[in-house]
Design a protein around this ligand. Sequence first.
Ligand code: NAI
Length: 244
Amino acid sequence: MATALITGSARGIGAAIALRLAKDGYDIALNDISEAMFENNDIMDKIRAEGVQCEKFICDVSNYSQVEETVKAVKAKFGTIDVLVNNAGITRDGLMARMSEEQYDMVVAVNQKSVFNMSKFVGNVMMRQKSGRIINLASVAGLYGNPGQMNYSATKAAIIGMTKTVAKELGSRGITCNAVAPGFIKTPMTDKLTDAQRDAMLAQIAMKRYGEVEEIAGVVSFLASKDASYVTGQVIEISGGLMM
Ligand code: NAI
């Protein structure tokens, strides 16, 4: 049985990806920052109901040594790591003029350094396997910028560069690395936006609706599948036609 590790998967897009990959037949290694994220949460039950194994691995993905230990633990539990989805991410929004150093550094650590940490240690496992799929969560903010998100859009643009670099470094080992760039998707992260911000987004979306988490999970499932075996270093925008 193949195994998928999804970071930040207690809720939101990560949980939807984990459930979709479970339906595709993968054993699932969930991750989130604390045990509390899994309290009053039925994601593990839902995944196990698909007939696959599921375990949670608590770690802060911005912490290099915690990630190293976590990857060892996932490998020890499941034997292989076939799919890595770098999904964990945060926002600490504010206009540049008022953004603090702490706000900037925190988002870089969680959204960007995490991708280095995880890709390095899981990539080492995949290189020995001579196969693997790495899928990174970028954002339209990384492609086009977004006022109030200098920190966040910097990390999401960086993830696109990291995706292409990993694709080039690991391609000869049978490992692909791609990114998805979601637009406005209904999750606890976007619940924080004001009505005015939401209306402004909607006006620009060709499909005149927000995306659902399952619509991100479906594209991730494709990128993890055999059908995507010759797709690498690509960024797939999933935004209902936000910019064209
Ligand atoms: P969310 O806030 O609902 O879920 C993020 C998960 O990551 C949470 O469970 C959180 O506890 C976990 N997490 C945060 N810091 C962590 C850390 N240091 N270590 C481990 N886990 C950590 O967010 P959502 O909306 O599901 O976003 C998932 C990904 O999709 C993020 O990378 C986000 O930037 C990206 N994205 C989301 C969009 C949206 O409209 N919701 C649009 C574009 C990209």
